[in-house]
Design a protein around this ligand. Sequence first.
Ligand code: PRP
Ligand code: URA
Length: 355
Amino acid sequence: MKIAIGSDHAGFEQKAALAPWLAEEGHEVLDFGPANEDRVDYPDYAYRVAMAVADGRAERGVLVCGTGLGMAMGANKVPGVRAAAVQTPEFAELARAHNDANVLCLSGRFVDLDVNEELCRVFLSTPFEGGRHEGRVAKLDRGCLVEPRVRVVNHPLVAHKLSILRSEDTPTKLFRELVRELALFLGYEATRDFPLEDVQVTTPLETFTAQRVAGKKVAVVPILRAGLGMVDGLLMLIPSAKVGHIGMYRDHETHEPHEYYCKLPEDVDQRTCLVVDPMLATGGSAAMAIGYLREQGVQDVRLLSIVAAPEGLEAVMAADPAVRIFTCSIDRGLNDDAYILPGLGDAGDRIFGTL
Ligand code: PRP
Ligand code: URA
């Protein structure tokens, strides 16, 4: 069998012994390094070995680090790889028979070489049982189909723009522009799963099959006032969207939201609603707005907030078990006045210059 092997510095000594031993056992060994005991980072070697297994250069992989755990975490990031950190022959057998593991991750610091040799022997000689395990392994390979409910937009330009937005020295005009731009980034992420359909397009050179968004109907729903600052960014992305408005203000003493205005598109129940508000603090305003949309029959609600407090995220998710939330940052928490820390102050006042 073709075996890819690799280690970090902590697993180097055992890898150096296992490679020739595997060859003596009749396997063809591809050694992905390292070549000496110098300190290295285990993910680098986990990826090399895992890639060799994933692209078929090797049938199985063997990785050795201090515990075997980091190697398994790294190797499992490569699609098609099922890596198991194993310390007993029983686990080596089950990793093959039930999980169809293709990479064995060993501990060079806590398990003796003769035991690791035995683990290799079992791992390399045990077939996959198939049967009831087949569907489960297929699910492992497909990955998690459940979208995380909170997505933080992780992009250098978002971090850069947000740092300027937060600064107390940023003037109103620039603040507004940044809110619009960050809304665009949030919208980009929040629409990532919109379905596409094939269309024929004729370029000046030829006709070919291109893809367009398959008739998704969208409503952008700003929570007034501050949410208004995000609308233009979203409309740049989705010019055909309709805009509904929900007016709310927080009572300064109780921090409870109060609704004062609401106007939604007539067919709002057939639209994906992108609720926009730069700040998610206690979550009271967003939860109330989302609750109202649900009462109108809206199925698909997504909340886009530039800055979110953990308290607000929890409150909104508890109030609505299906809403998905997109944010540029999850901040530390709230102060006694329910303002987000470090936050950016009062978003509405900064957008409209009413400080
Ligand atoms: C701000 C913000 C949110 C709300 C967030 O609005 O724009 O709507 O507070 O707080 P919460 O999560 O604790 O409900 P504010 O009430 O200050 O009104 P404004 O937009 O008119 O300034
Ligand atoms: N509303 C804001 O505008 N800012 C906060 O920090 C909290 C609520």
